[in-house]
Design a protein. Structure first.
Length: 204
């Protein structure tokens, strides 16, 4: 299938999942994430906030874990006029408001901008990814434009409720590849990492 058909299919499939199941699978994804020891030794993490209406992975589970570990957590703030976004610091006292697109973002007076160059690990929203690590997002290209502004060795992680499909047909040369894909049942590595280094990290 092409991107348009896949986007429509998986949006429909995800919206049919109950909130109870969303919560359960979000925790399963988080438990798999905790097994990837080497990603937790970083300082700056960028993570999207879930859109409830889209039945996205509950990333507040991951955010709360990172805050307890005293990590710097940043979230996206969007400019839909320019189809771009910038990087804002997240903290426990932040006040969030829902935009007309259903996206949670900090109110203007709570927006503390953080340089994109500091991000070391980024969690990218998606509907589904394929066997090579290509993803289907929502079609606006925010992250396709955002990632090239980040450092080259940034670790890109995609979270999905569904097992990856074999292939997305209409891939463009500038389409974003994730490095790691996490589902409720599996971890998929699309980039070679130093496994010895990974095993040296203590359990969290």
């Amino acid at each position: 299938m092409n991107k348009k058909k896949l986007r429509k299919k998986y949006l429909y499939m995800r919206k049919s999942i109950s909130q109870k199941e969303i919560r359960k699978m979000s925790y399963e994804i988080f438990f798999h994430l905790k097994e990837i020891f080497f990603i937790w030794g970083k300082t700056y993490y960028h993570i999207f906030l879930p859109i409830r209406e889209y039945k996205e992975v509950d990333t507040f589970i991951i955010i709360n874990f990172l805050l307890k570990k005293e990590k710097c957590v940043t979230i996206p703030c969007s400019n839909f006029c320019k189809l771009s976004m910038y990087n804002c610091l997240f903290h426990k006292n932040i006040i969030l408001t829902k935009t007309k697109y259903g996206i949670l973002e900090p109110i203007p007076m709570h927006q503390s901008i953080v340089s994109i160059s500091l991000i070391e690990v980024i969690f990218i929203p998606l509907l589904i990814f394929d066997s090579k690590g290509y993803r289907i997002g929502y079609g606006k290209g925010f992250y396709d434009r955002f990632i090239p502004l980040c450092k080259k060795n940034i670790i890109k992680i995609g979270l999905s409720f569904f097992y990856p499909i074999k292939k997305i047909k209409d891939i463009h040369k500038n389409d974003l590849l994730i490095d790691i894909g996490i589902t409720p049942h599996h971890i998929f590595f699309f980039k070679k990492f130093n496994k010895e280094k990974l095993l040296k990290y203590p359990k969290l």
